[in-house]
Design a protein around this ligand. Structure first.
Ligand code: EPS
Length: 355
């Protein structure tokens, strides 16, 4: 049974949408729980005034009846409230009337670090906006909604996932200084998953490895430039005798340097993944760039932006890890209904006698 996710949506377009395939029938979803994650994603310290405009809430257009999945594709929508200010500039169809609102003039000064230059060159856009709108981290909202669905599925087999920003006090202080200096900052987030049984993912081929999948999922989030599982990079400088997690008679470990994954397979310990976020590329004190329309040297686009989105990344990374674990759990336990899925999990836990 393959869990699939397709999403679409521009930052200032009408809405963000996702279609989730492969959910079992009979999974109960809690609208409040999904909206609570959407609110958490909006709340981090250092976010832009855009967050005062948005009140992200999930709408479900298909796949759910009376709060339970039907075993059919689940269609999720998160609307962009800001779209009303961009109705002309981001109109999906040729706009009627005189230009008004935002996004009416082409952007030609790409920001170093954003999708602007590579996107404009790759797709042949004269207006950089055509690249940056989709590259924007705005679309993580609907991935958080999908992640909340994944968490509901995982909860049915006793798995929970939680993301947090590392060292939040230092981060907040750095954000205050950066804001005053019209600069931006990045940071590190950590996601931990509990209740994952041994045996999710496989060493059989590289794209089945759970660590490879988590790394790709985390690296796939905007502004992430580094990922590690467990002690990750620090393991490189240890001796083998210090780096591995010895196995007790009950098959558990006293240490967890592997971050719950060995040879691409979960080993029953807590899954620990970390992601490093670069400082956001929209600077109020812009970096050197080129005007793509004239070829002249210039300064990069300046527009409303976040000083940091690290706390938001913690929520997005949590959703991404939950999603990948749900994909792996669907592979292992299958089932057209939630009852079958949970029964397969129970039978497996019994077979391996996992406490
Ligand atoms: C983003 C730029 C900002 C952020 C946005 C991501 O948007 P705007 O240009 O509208 O101010 O606020 O993130 C969100 C809107 C969000 O909900 O996370 C970017 O360029 O990535």
């Amino acid at each position: 049974m393959k869990l699939t996710l397709a999403s679409a949506g521009e930052s200032h377009g009408p809405a963000l949408v996702a279609v989730v395939g492969g959910l079992p029938a009979g999974l109960e979803l809690d609208r409040e729980a999904i909206d609570a994650d959407l609110r958490r994603r909006q709340q981090g310290y250092g976010r832009s005034p855009r967050q005062q405009i948005e009140r992200d809430q999930v709408e479900v257009l298909a796949g759910l009846r009376h709060g339970r999945t039907l075993g059919t594709p689940l269609a999720l929508v998160v609307r962009n409230a800001d779209h009303e200010n961009w109705a002309w500039g981001m109109s999906p169809w040729p706009p009627a009337g005189e230009p008004s609102g935002k996004g009416t003039k082409p952007v030609t000064l790409p920001r170093p670090g954003h999708a602007d230059l590579a996107g404009a060159l790759k797709y042949g856009h004269d207006d950089v906006r055509n690249a940056l709108e989709r590259a924007s981290a705005r679309h993580t909202a609907v991935h958080v909604a999908a992640g909340a669905v994944a968490k509901a599925l995982l909860a049915a087999v006793g798995i929970s996932v939680h993301g947090s920003a590392a060292d939040e006090d230092a981060l907040r202080a750095a954000i205050d200084v950066a804001r005053a200096e019209r600069d931006t900052v990045g940071g590190i987030v950590e996601v931990r998953a509990d209740g994952v049984p041994p045996g999710l993912g496989s060493y059989a081929s590289k794209d089945e490895r759970l660590d490879a999948r988590l790394a790709a999922a985390l690296m796939g989030i905007q502004a992430v430039k580094g990922v590690e599982i467990g002690d990750g990079f620090a393991l490189a400088s240890l001796r083998g005798s210090e780096a591995h997690d010895e196995i007790r008679p009950d098959r558990r470990r006293d240490t967890n340097r592997a971050g719950g994954i060995e040879a691409g397979v979960s080993n029953g310990e807590q899954i620990v993944a970390r992601a490093a976020m670069k400082p956001l590329p929209t600077l109020m004190k812009p970096l050197a760039s080129v005007d793509l329309a004239t070829g002249e040297a210039g300064e990069a686009l300046v527009e409303r932006s976040d000083v940091a989105a690290v706390e938001a990344l913690a929520v997005v990374a949590e959703a991404a890890v939950a999603w990948e674990l749900a994909v792996a759990a669907r592979e292992k336990f299958g089932g057209d209904s939630l009852v079958d899925f949970a029964a397969a999990h129970r039978a497996y836990i019994e077979r391996i006698q996992w406490a």
